[in-house]
Every structure is written in C-alpha cells, then in structure tokens.
Design a protein around this ligand. Sequence first.
Ligand code: URA
Length: 239
Amino acid sequence: MGIPAHGEYLQAMGIQQWVSRDRPPADAFEVQATEEGGATDGAAVLQPTAIDVSMLDWAALEARVSACERCALHATRQRTVFGSGDRSADWLIIGEAPGADEDLQGEPFVGRAGMLLTAMLQAVGYRRDQVYITNILKCRPPRNRDPLADEVSCCRAYLERQIELVNPRLILAVGRIAAHNLLGTETAIGKLRGTVHHYGKDRIPLVVVYHPAYLLRSPLEKRKAWEDLKLARQAAAGG
Ligand code: URA
C-alpha cells in the first residue's frame, strides 16, 4: 500500500483541507486594521538575556539547546524541540511549546494541531519545508500547561538568536502565548490579530494568528485565521 496523499491524510485526521482562494468566503469576517487594544508597533522586543548566544551559528545554537538545563523542564522532557524547516525562510512561524507528539519526535507542530498548521500554510502557498517553524519554549511543559514566566525567560535568548539567524520577512505568531511574549503585551489575542505589528529593532512585520489547536476546537474561527494569513502574505510582500 502506498503512502496516502496529503489531502487523504488530512481527511483521515478529520481536518478539512485548506484551499487557497483569492476571495474570502462570502461570510468571512472583515479584518479590522485597528490599533484598538493597545496593539504594539515598534516597541516589541524580547527582554535582555542572562546568557549570550548571540555569536553562535546554527549548529552551535542547536547543540546548546539540546544540552540545556536552564529550567526545570529539562527533567521531564524526552527531547528538545529546536525548530525545523528552511533556515533562510521568508516566513518564521513561532508557536508556544512542544506537546506530547513534538516531545517524542523532536520536531515542532507534528501532532494534530501541526497537521492543521501545515494545511494553513499550504493555503497561502507554502510547504512546511519552505518556512522555518519553532516555539517560544524548546521543551514540553508537563501536561501541556502554559509556559511559566521563568521558563520563557530561560529560553528567550535561543529564540532571539533564531530570529536573527533566519532574518525573516515576516513573523507569524501562532496563538496567544507566542503573541504575548513576542509583542510584550497581555492584550487579548482577538484584538492583536487582524493588524500588522513589528518585532524588534529591525521592525520585522509580525502577524498574529489563532493557534491551530484552538481552531480545531472552534472551527468557525478559521475564517479569521484565513484573513490573518492573507494579511501575513501581504505584509511579507512589503504591502
Ligand atoms: N503547539 C505549539 O504551539 N507548538 C508545537 O510545536 C506543537 C503544538
């Protein structure tokens, strides 16, 4: 028996395949290009770090992460999840933290939510291997609880260096935790989405999208995610 086509796999997973369209679905929500809710622009920078990995190349950085014991998560992880994809990609996708599947496989977004993320990227014309995907945390929090502030700050330098090395045209912040930590705000994700923010001194365009795990639970929100992906495509193209 051959390997199932990607579409068949998604169908088998109960995930509707995303198809790129030039026009939004008739009942799509409008994107509000708004500053409402204190959306940050230009001010978003991760905090300074206690370790200096700013000179490390990819190989050295990955080795540092895989040996990392800076926070308690190292004791419960199976594997670190550094990141995957094209290290010179235009799009840098940043999620929250590895889940059970990622912890076992050592790759980000490989579980059910990852399948949906892959389909979302395909809808805007990208294969997984054409973007770079990583997370705020490189180790799985037990029972998939939210990352703690000290865990995020221990991992921050690694992410900052990854952002520098990829030097993307666009950052897609996937979910509330990624959005809050990258933008340095606690504004509700519903107010952060739909707007192009900017990250760091290079003002890299940053778009917030709902987490695919949330979209699996709330499929009606996929229309908003579709709008955000189109906004991201436009921002990456410089528009
Ligand atoms: N959720 C995330 O935010 N990241 C992963 O890698 C997997 C699930």
